[in-house]
Ligand binder design. Structure first.
Ligand code: GTP
Ligand code: MG
Length: 200
C-alpha cells in the first residue's frame, strides 16, 4: 500500500469531538517519547505531519490523520510520563482511556516498544490489560532499531517474546522499525493494506 495523501483531520479529547467520518482506524500508543509521532511521519513520508519532540509528553490529545481519503492513522498521547504531575497524568490517561473505551472503528492498536530496552513493567501491564479485554486487536512495534543494530534488537525481541509467552498462548504480530532509516515501513503498510482489503 502507498500513502498518497495524509491530512490532519483534528485533535480531540473525547468521542464527542472526534472527526465524524466512519473510517477504519489504526492507532499508535506507547510510552512517552517511544517514537509514535515520528513513526506516523515516517509512514506518511512527511516530516512534520505529527509533531515530535525530544522532550517526552509532546502529544497530549488524540490526533486523527485522514489517509488516502479512506482510513485514519491515530496518534495518541504517551502513557507513563514520569515527570508529568499527577493531575496531568490523570488527564492524559483519561484521554487515552476515553479513546480506547469507545473506538468502534479501531482495526489495530499498535503498541510501540523501545527496541533498546527490556520489556518495561508499564508496557507489559498495558499489553496485558488490553489483551485480556480481547476487544481490540493489537500489534507490537519495536522503535528506534537504528540505535542498537538489528542483531541486538532481534535478541531483545526474542527475550521479550519469551516474557510475553508467560502470559499469552500466542504472540501478537510484531514489527521492527526505525523512523530515521525507514526500516519496517513496507511491512507495516502492507499489514495495514491487507486488513483494509479484507474489510472491503
Ligand atoms: P510523545 O508524544 O511525547 O508521547 O512522544 P512520541 O512517542 O510521539 O515520540 P516522538 O515521535 O516525538 O519521538 C521522541 C524522540 O525520539 C524524538 O527526539 C525523535 O527524533 C526520536 N526518535 C523517534 N523515532 C526514532 C527512530 O526511529 N530513531 C531515532 N534514532 N530516534 C527516533
Ligand atoms: Mg507524540
Amino acid at each position: 500500500m502507498i500513502i498518497k495523501e495524509a491530512i490532519f483531520a483534528g485533535s480531540s479529547t473525547s468521542f464527542e469531538n472526534r472527526p465524524v467520518q466512519k473510517l477504519p482506524e489504526f492507532a499508535f500508543i506507547g510510552r512517552s517519547n517511544v517514537g509514535k509521532s515520528s513513526l506516523i511521519n515516517m509512514l506518511c513520508g512527511r516530516n512534520k505531519l505529527a509533531l515530535t519532540s525530544s522532550t517526552p509528553g509532546k502529544t497530549r490529545l488524540v490526533n486523527h490523520f485522514t489517509i488516502n481519503n479512506s482510513w485514519y492513522l491515530v496518534d495518541l498521547p504517551g502513557y507513563g510520563y514520569a515527570r508529568a504531575s499527577f493531575r496531568e497524568r490523570d488527564a492524559i490517561g483519561g484521554v487515552i482511556d476515553g479513546y480506547l473505551n469507545n473506538a468502534p472503528h479501531l482495526e489495530t492498536l499498535f503498541i510501540l516498544l523501545d527496541s533498546r530496552l527490556p520489556l518495561q513493567k508499564i508496557d507489559l501491564e498495558f499489553i496485558n490489560t488490553i489483551g485480556s479485554k480481547g476487544t481490540i486487536p493489537i500489534s507490537l512495534i519495536y522503535t528506534k532499531c537504528d540505535k542498537l543494530g538489528i542483531t541486538r534488537v532481534k535478541e531483545q525481541v526474542e527475550i521479550n517474546n519469551q516474557e510475553l509467552l508467560k502470559y499469552w498462548e500466542e504472540l501478537p504480530p510484531y514489527f521492527i522499525t526505525s523512523s530515521t532509516k525507514g526500516t519496517g515501513k513496507e511491512e507495516l503498510l502492507q499489514y495495514i493494506g491487507d486488513i483494509l482489503k479484507k474489510l472491503k
